[in-house]
Design a protein around this ligand. Structure first.
Ligand code: NAD
Length: 498
């Protein structure tokens, strides 16, 4: 099948698509009390559908339904085999609906359909399946107390968990929170981002179909300042797991202090350094990884390698190779399976990214390629892959998270110099380095202040491996068994033995 034929098929499917557009509270569709929101297709600027926006009252209803489901034990006390079976069924349903869910992600936030199909949806399904499998495989502890007593340390679900998530990987980011929270026995309220609510609503429908009882997974589309804030300030939400910008993450810390001291877990922004040493074992692979590291998903990736550091001895040859890779990643129609980059999520984000491009030019960075909008006639929000060369680390484009396809490249001479530059950031999420020297790989990866380090690769990941940051990139870890710590509390029980 040629790519244009396939594009045609996806366009037909998109035209025939019907969107679920209501909140799901206590297992029922609910027309939110807030003003209707619009879901926009970033590839065309056209409205896909209008949809519910939850008010504070709707959030109160969702929390009440989650609490009541939790207290009833319908999920929290369900036999483990049964809870596991239903979560596995949800994973199967996600897989069965791969095409539909992939299309929803692509239409709603502009990522290439090939990425939605190959990555977002399979990884989402795998995340639910992986945590489902944990349900009957985790043991509690007995402390080494003296012979006259027994102290058990047991994990208990927290109760009502709220998840507030961004738009860049709508279903996948949600799954990293919803799946472990459900597996632990909690009831969950998911608030998708305003830009990308459609797949979350569909997830809520599939969860009901999988047998996850009403009230256990509520979906509350709505705005951050109304629905997000109402969850943050709610007196009966026990835990709030957030992925999004550092600025909003800080608000959630305040909401917690102003309300019930709910646990807050933050996966926030990043400005990840990607370092290429002179002895890089494979310059071609590193150049492709550097390009994918910033242009994949239109650069709307929290772990994007947005600060590239290239050692002087290979700088010129590496930049040539990088440019060749970047040229291949021009933005195209997200429904075309041949597109490697799609459209920026909305007009506001595009304007924000363009402001950074302007600031790069004005502050003296050298524009090596890109920097302009593309496909104006489509009505969509496209930007060329953009590479700046910088001589000064204080530039705004080096310091601030852009969340778009804009790379700042610096030349360096020594390991000490590049480590100081790499760590000179408020953020500490991802980082990468390429070297053939094993000792250097260990030395540098230990000194990088980041939650994730990739050595001779970039972006590798698996649900079994923790994901998260340090400094203002947040705290707590998504993925792996460690994520379960966020959604459980430890109970210590003493038994006096006679
Ligand atoms: P955002 O902070 O604007 O929004 C994220 C979520 O918070 C949305 O659901 C939004 O409705 C809600 N929100 C916004 N303002 C709020 C408020 N005042 N009160 C309560 N809730 C509010 O972020 P975004 O633009 O959607 O996403 C981009 C950001 O997400 C980037 O900074 C990116 O790095 C970060 N991100 C981080 C990770 C990670 O794992 N560390 C992953 C993906 C994205």
């Amino acid at each position: 099948m040629s790519s244009s034929t396939t594009l045609h098929i996806w366009e037909e499917r998109a035209a025939a698509m019907r969107f679920s557009n209501q909140a799901i509270i206590n297992g029922k569709p609910v027309t939110g009390d807030g003003p209707l929101m619009q879901a926009i297709n970033p590839a065309t600027g056209q409205i896909l559908t209008e949809l519910a926006s939850c008010s504070k009252d709707n959030i109160d209803q969702a929390v009440a339904s989650a609490r009541s489901a939790f207290e009833s034990g319908v999920w929290s006390q369900m036999p483990r085999q049964e809870r596991k079976k239903r979560m596995l069924r949800l994973a199967e349903l996600i897989t069965e609906h791969t095409d539909e869910l992939a299309l929803l992600e692509t239409l709603n936030m502009g990522k290439p359909i090939s990425d939605s199909l190959a990555y977002d949806i399979p990884e989402t399904a795998r995340t639910y399946a992986w945590y489902a499998e944990c349900i009957d495989k985790q043991y509690d502890e007995i402390a080494p107390t003296d012979a006259d007593s027994l102290a058990t340390i047991t994990r208990e679900p927290l109760g009502v968990v709220a998840a507030v998530v961004p738009w860049n990987y709508p279903l996948l980011m949600a799954s990293w929170k919803v799946a472990p929270a459900l597996a632990a026995g909690n009831s969950v309220i998911l608030k998708p981002a305003e830009q990308s609510p459609l797949s979350a609503i569909r997830l809520g429908e599939l969860a009901l179909k999988a047998g996850i009882p009403a009230g256990v997974l509520n979906i509350v589309p709505g705005t951050g300042p109304v629905a997000g804030q109402a969850l943050g300030l709610h007196m009966d939400v026990d835990c709030l797991a957030f992925t999004g910008s550092t600025a909003t993450g800080k608000r959630f810390m305040e909401y917690s202090g102003q309300s019930n001291l709910k646990q807050i877990w933050l996966e926030c922004g990043g400005k990840s350094p990607h370092i290429i040493f002179d002895d890089c074992p494979d310059l071609d692979r590193a150049a492709m990884a550097a390009a994918i590291g910033i242009f994949n998903n239109q650069g709307e990736v929290c772990i994007a390698g947005s600060r590239l550091y290239v050692q002087s001895g290979i700088y010129d040859v590496f930049m040539e190779k990088l440019e060749q890779c970047a040229i291949k990643m021009q933005p195209g129609n997200p429904l075309d399976p041949a597109s490697m980059m799609g459209a920026i999520v909305d007009e506001r984000q595009l304007a924000r990214v363009m402001q950074y491009v302007e600031s790069g030019k004005q502050e003296g960075a050298t524009l090596r390629m890109g920097g302009a909008r593309a496909h104006h006639d489509s009505g969509g929000f496209y930007l060329e892959p953009t590479i700046f060369e910088v001589a000064n680390q204080t530039l705004t484009i080096v310091q601030e998270e852009i969340f778009g396809p804009v790379l700042a490249v610096s030349r360096f001479d020594t390991e000490e110099e590049v480590l100081a530059q790499a760590n000179a950031s408020h953020y500490g999420l991802g980082s990468g380095l390429w070297t053939a020297d094993l000792s250097r790989a260990h030395r540098v990866s230990r000194k990088l202040r980041a939650g994730l380090v990739w050595v001779n690769c970039y972006f590798d990941g698996d649900v079994s491996v923790p994901f998260g940051g340090v400094k203002q990139s947040g705290f707590g870890r998504d993925k792996s068994l460690h994520a379960l710590d966020k959604y459980t509390s430890l109970k210590s029980t003493w038994f006096k033995l006679q």
